[in-house]
Write a protein that binds this ligand. Structure first.
Ligand code: NAD
Ligand code: AKB
Length: 319
């Protein structure tokens, strides 16, 4: 049985990965940590939780020892928009946190999952069917930390034998925990607005095409990769994974299938628009499919149907 620790475990991704890991491996074997402890009572109340700054190696080592941790899902990071607002803090958390976790993994013999992002690509990367191995010269601080993180994870694998693995996630869409300051957040916000008032004002231009994924597929990707046979992995950090690619106009059209009359308006945020313009239109994820059997379940229509059903039911329950 695995003994797992999550950093940043109360965020958008962590709150859903931790629930699935607790179902699979047993509640007591999945330790959730985060710098805050004021959200998500379901997770706080359902198993071991520690308030932890992931850069505090001494405290993290105590928790790892106490719970005989063998696998770390390192999810604490600043996303693209918040990183651009405070680049030094982004460097400090995204690189400092990762280095601390990799050192702990080396000392304690842990495997490590670290998400990278489509943000690891830049304006000079091939934009369509972006290959697994290609030019990576990102222009945002978030992207700089993601490329450096991929390289650092590879380094700890070949230099020290740490079992590091990761994926390049696209924008993640979920109905559980709100997103934490990304460029792709519009694709979550739009569903809440559609259910509340049949209208949404988008901060990206209508034709801005980006890769996206529904959260159940993102959770599956992380766990499947960590379960994969290491002998089949040629890439480790980090695999391109995608499920769909659309622009705000397309997403509004999918929503109109279920909410006729839904309207999308635009008020462009230049910072997030510039970040989005520098990212690929759509990724090619052949290596993930061949090396560990990656296959997404949701397309834009099935995701839209599910998002709107869940949010509409929640609205009715809340009165
Ligand atoms: P999030 O912002 O929702 O959650 C991050 C969590 O980290 C928060 O709960 C926050 O409280 C915590 N945190 C912040 N500083 C911390 C610190 N010093 N120590 C410990 N915890 C701290 O982010 P997310 O969307 O869950 O992203 C998780 C990972 O996935 C990140 O590496 C992110 O870059 C990557 N990713 C996310 C997306 C997406 O669309 N959400 C897409 C691609 C990659
Ligand atoms: C962001 O927009 O910053 C994230 C990501 C794609 O990494 N959602």
């Amino acid at each position: 049985m695995k003994h797992i620790l999550l950093t940043g475990g109360l965020g958008q991704l962590g709150s859903e990965i931790s629930s699935e890991l607790r179902k699979r491996y047993g509640t007591d074997n999945v330790v959730v940590t985060d710098i805050r402890d004021d959200v998500n009572e379901d997770i706080l109340g359902s198993g071991p939780f520690y308030k932890l700054d992931c850069r505090n190696g001494k405290r993290a080592a105590e928790i790892i020892g106490k719970h005989t941790i063998d696998t770390i899902y390192h999810l604490a990071a600043m996303l693209s928009a918040t990183s651009e607002a405070d680049p030094l803090q982004a460097w400090d958390l995204n690189m400092g946190g990762l280095l601390t976790v990799l050192e702990l993994a080396r000392e304690h013999g842990c495997a490590v999952f670290t998400p990278s992002s489509i943000g690891a690509f830049g304006p000079t990367t091939i934009k369509d069917w972006t290959p697994q191995d290609t030019l990576q010269r990102p222009t945002s601080m978030y992207g700089v930390t993601k490329v450096a993180g991929e390289l650092l994870c590879d380094y700890y694998n070949h230099r020290y034998g740490v079992d590091t693995r990761g994926v390049r996630y696209p924008g993640l869409i979920s109905n559980v925990t709100p997103p934490g300051g990304g460029t792709t957040d519009y694709a979550v916000d739009i569903y809440y607005a559609a259910v509340d008032r049949k209208e949404y004002t988008c901060f990206l231009k209508g034709d801005t095409r980006l890769d996206m994924m529904y959260m159940p597929d993102a959770v599956k990707a992380a766990i499947d990769l960590m379960e994969a046979d290491p002998d089949r992995l040629r890439h480790r950090n980090a695999f391109n994974v995608t499920a769909m690619s659309f622009c705000p106009e397309d997403l509004a059209a999918y929503i109109r299938r279920y909410i006729p009359g839904f309207e999308i308006l635009y008020s462009i945020d230049p910072v997030r628009q510039a970040i989005a313009n520098s990212w690929p239109n759509n990724l090619e994820d052949y290596a993930a499919r061949v090396e560990w059997g990656w296959e997404p379940e949701y397309d834009p229509d099935s995701m839209t149907r599910d998002m709107l059903t869940v949010l509409t039911n929640r609205k009715k329950e809340d009165g």
